[in-house]
Design a protein around this ligand. Structure first.
Ligand code: ZN
Ligand code: ZN
Length: 391
């Protein structure tokens, strides 16, 4: 049976209201004005010191209890996605083309629920920072916060994050040391040949034929250049060229994404890609340009903090409900930037495993309100266990 903190259970209905309110009013990267105000106003109401405006719309709550000098940070993300919601329930998005399809409405609510509990109970000794960050989805709000001096202004020993996980049952956690989420890079390749008549290829340099060879050859980075025991994905996801049946175009653009876990593996991709692109295009008489951008680094949990996270989760749902060896995901997470500044742990919380359940970023997804108490209890317990009141 699950041991959910009683006081948080009492607030369950309030958390459901917050979550649905946030769900109905989604805001995307760095435009979380309403959400940010919602969070800051509640934190103030709970008597927590509030810092607004970091990374534009970020909010940090600081709660100090007792005389302890130790401090930790808990982080939630607040942004929604540019996606048209397909659900028809009452709390569906009221903003056309925007939707909380990744459950950040739930993450924000759970951290707010824990903040309320801890401010009321004062059941720890030290300082907790509640970090509500903007722009997790692709724009790196977490990095902006770090660059703006998050951990210089608010020094902490460690930092913790959480994401709901569809496909994992309610009441279960996935917690592991080491890689949880992949590094995320993107690339654009432009192959330039010489356009001409489709019936007279000998008078052209055909960039389409070059692009086909190149796309296949790029797969040899994963299969021939990287240690078979390491993980990597290279996907070409866009090809753009040509307008007519009888014209060989002048150029082709290929774009895609690369995912990896280890920095040493990640470092090998761009040089390999450049070598292969140049070699193939040169052989066919075309020229090539590669624009390779490193986006989020991989999310790597630190061993000690992982044990602390597992202990807190065990207190809520029991050891048997914790998967200590979840398969890492090739998705990415900008909490990675915070984990590179301070040791910490990022966990997955089951959002339900119903057969008709939706994955993250699906237009029919919804955060599961049944897990609000579990997540909020996890946060509160983590704080109480890491910053205990000495007897
Ligand atoms: Zn997402
Ligand atoms: Zn997310």
């Amino acid at each position: 049976m699950m041991a959910i903190k009683e006081d948080i259970i009492c607030d369950h209905e309030e958390m459901v209201q917050w979550r649905r309110e946030l769900h109905a009013h989604p805001e995307i990267a760095f435009k979380e004005f309403r959400t940010s105000k919602f969070v800051a106003d509640y934190l103030e109401k709970f008597g927590i010191e509030v810092h607004r405006g970091m990374a534009k719309t970020g909010v940090i709550g600081r709660l100090k209890v007792g005389n302890g000098n130790r401090a930790i940070a808990l982080r939630a993300d607040m942004d929604a996605l540019p996606l048209e919601e397909k659900n028809n329930f009452d709390h569906r998005s009221e903003v056309s083309g925007m939707m909380h399809a990744c459950g950040h409405d739930g993450h924000t609510t759970m951290l707010l629920g824990a903040a309320k509990y801890l401010a009321e109970k004062k059941s720890f000794d030290g300082t907790v920072y509640f970090i509500f960050q903007p722009a997790e989805e692709g724009e790196g709000g977490g990095k902006v916060m770090v660059d703006e001096g998050l951990f210089d202004k608010f020094p902490v020993e460690n930092v913790f994050g959480l994401h709901n996980w569809p496909g994992m049952a309610v009441g279960k956690f996935g917690i592991a040391a080491g890689p949880m989420m992949a590094a995320f890079d993107v690339f654009d390749i432009i192959i330039t040949g010489l356009g001409g008549h489709g019936a007279m290829p000998h008078q052209t340099i055909d960039p389409i034929v070059a692009s086909c060879q190149l796309i296949l050859a790029l797969q040899t980075i994963a299969s021939r250049n990287i240690d078979p025991l390491e993980s990597i994905v290279l996907s070409v996801t866009k090809i753009n060229a040509g307008d007519a049946y009888n014209i060989i175009p002048n150029s082709v653009q290929i774009s895609g994404t690369v995912r990896s876990f280890k920095d040493s593996v990640r470092d090998k991709v761009e040089p390999s890609m450049l070598r292969i692109s140049k070699g193939i295009c040169e052989a066919l008489g075309a020229t090539v340009e590669l624009d390779y951008k490193r986006c989020y680094p991989s999310t790597i949990n630190h061993p000690e903090e992982t044990e602390l996270a597992a202990l807190a989760a065990e207190s809520i749902v029991g050891k048997e409900n914790i998967d200590r060896h979840p398969k890492p995901s090739m998705g990415s997470e900008d909490f990675a930037y915070m984990l590179r500044e301070r040791p910490g742990c990022y966990v997955w919380l089951g959002n339900g495993d119903a057969a008709d359940g939706c994955m993250l970023h699906n237009p029919a997804y919804d955060f599961n309100d049944d897990i609000l108490s579990i997540g909020a209890s996890y946060w509160a317990t983590l704080v109480e266990q890491i910053l205990p009141i000495e007897a």
